[in-house]
Design a protein around this ligand. Sequence first.
Ligand code: ATP
Ligand code: MG
Length: 217
Amino acid sequence: MEKVFEKIKDSNTKRIAIMGGTFDPIHFGHLAAAENVRKLYGFDSIIFMPSGDPPHKIGISVSSAEDRYVMVQMATASNPYFKVSRMEIDRVGKTYTVDTIKELRVFWGDEAEIFFITGSDALLEIMTWKNPTELLSLCSLIAVARPGYKIEALKNKISELKKNYQSDIRIAKVASINISSTVIRNRVRSNLPIKYMVPECVESYIYKNNLYIDDKL
Ligand code: ATP
Ligand code: MG
């Protein structure tokens, strides 16, 4: 198993929190949500897991896994509680959350608590993911309300999932920031500033590597 997980296991932690995403690019919305959840639930660490070949982004051009991974590494470097995993980006073929959680479950055993953090939009469409019922049986979900999505819709979805699948889903009441990677990519394309939306190192990386500009749309 990857070093980042070996280290956490050595520390005898039995509560693992994963923040999955495409992170194209990572922005302050992701970082603030993760830090708020960490504090609220008292996690020792949050593991950012950039997706490899995201199955739901078919037809949308996504930056290379390496570019996205580097940006996540840089953006999280200053927070000692944030860690980054290469597990999904190193997997060959399409990556599905259920396969990742299954692997982590085998590694930690039945007694560990595995939490997967999702924003409202991700939670609302979770039943379209691969083997959602299995996923819901293997981990708990922490839903972060995202600006622009009705909290009622989120609450209804959670009640439905709890009722139908006995899943453990909690809403994290955190102040969330209204930013999306889509908006950032579009702003770069339109030559609009992204300062104060992403960490400075991410902003520099985007410009230096011409991400989102000479488009592969
Ligand atoms: P895109 O616009 O490309 O879909 P995104 O901003 O939604 O990008 P993702 O990488 O798709 O970012 O999201 C990863 C996870 O972070 C998802 O669970 C998503 O709901 C959550 N998330 C993204 N932005 C925010 C935000 N501003 N506040 C809270 N959660 C967020
Ligand atoms: Mg998204």
